[in-house]
Design a protein around this ligand. Structure first.
Ligand code: IPE
Ligand code: IPE
Ligand code: MG
Length: 261
């Protein structure tokens, strides 16, 4: 093989970026709104689903990098409650892609020690997709290197409504008094009851909105918006976002000197 050509296809080294990262200051929980698949495809004259397919490669890279860096929780927004309003053909294709991903990558998730879990009203998924979700959850339930938390049929307002219902049922049955409803009780009633709040939220594709994602949990999350479309958001882009995150000063409403104490 021609030497210069093989050099051309090698990915650019990212040791320059890795060396800028402070291992102790990495997010424990990284959340991502993976947006821009459709535009990525349209720019190339391809059907939207081609963008979703390409976006899966970015998901793979993000999982690998999270494992490599020791990030403990990765939440990805894969399908919102509002996405049910898309054309039936796109929904069917997305559900097919989900099934394909889970059926082919399940064993690799197990090998890497990734626990797969979901948030959202997943029972709204077509039965065969739901079956793959349940199987993958069960097969990876004992793993703990990384929690891959996938938001599917997820809406932040729906999550708050579901939490309110759960608390109301607890009060009705006498397990809880109204005065015991505090922020901890709310947190325990959320889909994310077993997870810390995200430290960093990344949204790709240039949109600077939350789109009904993790409305409660994002209260003090650092937000990072980039114009890069999700299928183009790969390892280097993620490292740049993490470096930017580490430059931020998280104050949580306090003055700087008291934050770490
Ligand atoms: C994000 O990409 C993936 C899903 C919402 C399923 P989009 O499909 O929203 O892509 P754009 O925003 O139309 O480019
Ligand atoms: C948010 O993207 C949902 C996901 C990435 C799954 P959308 O493309 O659905 O959001 P809007 O419609 O631009 O707000
Ligand atoms: Mg979009």
């Amino acid at each position: 093989m021609n030497d210069s050509r093989s050099r051309d296809i090698e990915p650019a080294p990212d040791s320059d970026l890795l060396s800028q990262l402070e291992p102790d200051l990495l997010p424990k929980h990284l959340a991502v709104i993976m947006d821009g698949n459709g535009r990525w495809a349209e720019l190339r004259g391809l059907p939207r689903i081609a963008g979703h397919q390409e976006g899966i490669k970015s998901v793979r890279e993000l999982i690998s990098l999270s494992l490599e860096l020791g990030i403990k929780v990765l939440t990805i927004y894969a399908f919102s409650q509002e996405n049910w309003n898309r054309p039936a053909q796109e929904i069917t294709a997305l559900m097919g892609l989900l099934e394909h991903y889970l059926s082919t990558e399940r064993s690799s998730l197990v090998e890497k020690g990734v626990r797969f879990q979901t948030i959202g009203r997943v029972t709204a998924l077509p039965p065969s997709a739901l079956q793959w979700v349940r199987t993958t959850e069960q097969e990876t339930a004992h793993l703990d290197k990384l929690i891959l938390n996938v938001a599917l049929s997820y809406g932040g307002r729906a999550e708050l409504v579901d939490a309110a219902k759960e608390l109301a049922r607890a009060v009705q049955s006498g397990r809880l008094s109204p005065d015991q409803i505090d922020e901890q009780a709310m947190q325990r009633a959320l889909y994310t009851h077993n997870l810390p709040d995200p430290d960093l939220l990344i949204r790709t594709s240039g949109e600077t909105r939350i789109s009904n994602f993790l409305l409660w949990q994002l209260a003090y999350t650092e937000l990072y918006f980039t114009p890069t479309l999700w299928p183009d958001f790969r390892r280097r882009e993620t490292l740049v976002a993490l470096i930017e995150y580490q430059r931020r000063e998280r104050r949580f409403g306090r003055v700087l000197s008291s934050v770490s104490s």
